[in-house]
Design a protein around this ligand. Sequence first.
Ligand SMILES: Cc1cc2nc3c(=O)[nH]c(=O)nc-3n(C[C@H](O)[C@H](O)[C@H](O)COP(=O)(O)OP(=O)(O)OC[C@H]3O[C@@H](n4cnc5c(N)ncnc54)[C@H](O)[C@@H]3O)c2cc1C
Length: 503
Amino acid sequence: MTLQVERVDEVVTALRTVLADDQILTSRADRLNRSRVPAPFPVHRWAERMPDLAVLPTSTEQVAGVVRIANELRVPVVPRDGGTGLTDGAVPLRGGIVVDVKRMNQVKEIDLENRTATVGAGTSMLKLNEQLAVHGLIYPDDPASYPCSLVGGRIGTSGWSLIGSRYGHTRDLVLSFDHVLPTGEVLHVGDGVGQKISKSSSGYQLKHLFMGHQGTLGIATEATLKLYPKPEAELSPFWAFDDYDAAYRCVGALARAGVATFAGAVLFDEWKVAYLRRDDEAYIPQPRDVRALVCAVLYGYEDEVRVGGKRLFRIAREHGARYLGDEISEGDWAARHDRYATPLHGRTKDGQVIPMSWHCEDAAVSYTRVPAVSRAWHAIVADLRRQSDVFDDWGMFAYTSADTGVDYLTEIDVGIWEQQLDDRAWELWVRAKRDIAAAALAHDGSISACHGSCREGEVDLVPYELGRGFDVMLDVKRAVDPNNIMNPGKYLLDRAYRTEEAP
Ligand SMILES: Cc1cc2nc3c(=O)[nH]c(=O)nc-3n(C[C@H](O)[C@H](O)[C@H](O)COP(=O)(O)OP(=O)(O)OC[C@H]3O[C@@H](n4cnc5c(N)ncnc54)[C@H](O)[C@@H]3O)c2cc1C
């Protein structure tokens, strides 16, 4: 605990004015369950990130009441939803109150005429889509964490979607939301005075500001989302290549083709294919000469997907692709939500199998820079591996972010033997993370396309990425959260509260 026991008692007493007893959790197990996210962290230090208590509000009014009390008592508040974030956003660095919004999971309205759904921040996209399917509709925010990340966390991270090249990403799909400011006031964020406007030119565009802030500017409680017709057809051809360069040229050509049903393309590099062949029991075996893979995905009506698919097949053939058949094409794409963490093991340099957790470092990189960033990242992980058996290179994916193929979510997957992550190994990892971020920036990219960039190592370079914009970020933080209660310690935002420069 970071608060004295008496202070915790004082906070609990105050919270009882807005919450019932069963909405206030103080047991060690309840707190420990909310001290972690999947990103590996040294086991001997897990207790450092425990909140003092957690609360389970069920309405915007309750969230506002909790935050108002926390602001008055100057107690840190950390929003938490699915807890799947990979940049430690939902992990409390200063104790305080975790506001777990999972019980705010009601679908409040499905508006068939305006094609919107209004839902609580704790709503799962998977569960929402079960209800929408009855109406032939879909909410197409489709991260690899689709079964376990929730709408509020998607807003808190400004998430990236696997089919975003067709439907857009979280920032495009969330029309508006109710948001509790760090003072406990409630703000409606979005265009227009209602909930269902997708484009306005009136005033500052606050929607982007209040998304992707990792809980440092408040808590989203209820959101209105954009809906689409549920696609009649899905086509996800997988093609094999003898080398990475051919696969890279092909993915670029597919993404640039301008096919309207194109929802995304994925490039698997040689390390990724070798790793899957070596250690992923779920992977359908490939001929030995397959060195790199490309998958393209099309969504839409049967007839338009058929025509678009023909065009992409022709482009792939012109680039020397070999079609891998329907079984791997349909099976692998269908498994996109559960294949990430499944292997649960990696190898030491000598080939010994060891238990490992998955970690993914991501960046946004423009197409022409992807090969150079890939080479730099593999060299960083190879160096890490030379120094310690705690790390394994599980290869890279590059996914299109946009329908024109301009930029890619570029990710390197690193196996980490979390139980052996001692202080030295952690230091090596933090340094490697910083180098990985620096390589993305050296190639005019962004530290993250997907997860955010407030974890140790990468966060040091955020002021460099944003330049003068980082000072504006500090000014905004100070103005919106005068007492630094929202998720303190994240994104170097404590600098907003320095009264004088350190000597
Ligand atoms: C296997 C796996 C695959 C993944 N694949 C993807 C992917 O394809 N695309 C992608 O974008 N991400 C992916 N991620 C990362 C993660 O799922 C996303 O960042 C997701 O958006 C986090 O949602 P969550 O509900 O789990 O949020 P949490 O982890 O609970 O929170 C994330 C951040 O948002 C803040 N937050 C939570 N709730 C709120 C709220 N109501 N209001 C304001 N802030 C809030 C938290 O404080 C934290 O900073 C993956 C993670 C895993 C484990």
